[in-house]
Design a protein around this ligand. Structure first.
Ligand SMILES: CC(C)(COP(=O)(O)OP(=O)(O)OC[C@H]1O[C@@H](n2cnc3c(N)ncnc32)[C@H](O)[C@@H]1OP(=O)(O)O)[C@@H](O)C(=O)NCCC(=O)NCCS
Length: 161
């Protein structure tokens, strides 16, 4: 699958994650937070956010949730995770070197398709302030301001029907 605008396009393969992806997912998650969210949260908030995300937690989530990864030439460049028990889109992160090339859109489309196949009609999430413009651009409706582990965020919903 080729995603992204014109010359910035990137050849992306999307597949369901396995337990072997836990460590690269964990590393990408933390790298993405530190590089991309620094304009929206303080250094202390970023440090807490990263500290809260442990490898063991990623492994547990891989077993309990639906997770898909995006790869380019075998390198992990993004992932998405949703929880079939709550219909929450829990995580969507892209490698800082691959942003604005349609990778998150392709991952989100995959998660939406997967959820639809499971009979889900609406997704919800607590969007980081950093990600709100992305979600607004991709059809999510804004709701209430929330806090998630002490971080300001915005509840958003998306109809999947
Ligand atoms: C938010 C994030 C997932 C977007 O990933 P991405 O691969 O760059 O997104 P896409 O390329 O698919 O963007 C699609 C559209 O969303 C909008 N968009 C994406 N990032 C944006 C930004 N930083 N500012 C404004 N609009 C943005 C644009 O309209 C974009 O289309 P365009 O590039 O043609 O203008 C990525 O920036 C990221 O990982 N951020 C840090 C982690 C984070 O906060 N994750 C969400 C946790 S809830």
């Amino acid at each position: 699958m080729v995603v992204g605008p014109g010359s910035a396009s990137v050849n992306v393969q999307i597949r369901e994650a396995t337990l072997a992806d836990a460590e690269p997912i964990w590393q990408l998650h933390n790298r993405s937070i530190l590089a991309l969210c620094a304009d929206d949260y303080s250094p202390a908030q970023l440090a807490d956010w990263v500290a809260h995300s442990t490898l063991a937690r990623q492994q547990t989530r891989l077993q309990q949730h639906r997770v898909f990864v995006a790869e380019q030439e075998g390198q992990l460049i993004g992932f998405v995770r949703w929880n079939p028990a709550t219909n929450e889109l829990c995580s969507l992160f892209v490698d800082p070197d691959f942003v604005r090339q349609g990778v998150a859109t392709a991952l989100m489309d995959t998660a939406c398709q997967d959820a639809r196949a499971c009979g889900v009609t609406e997704f919800w999430l607590d969007a980081s302030l950093t990600a709100v413009p992305f979600y607004q651009a991709t059809g999510w409706q804004p709701g209430k301001p929330m806090t998630h582990h002490g971080l300001a965020c915005l509840r958003m919903t998306k109809q999947l029907g």
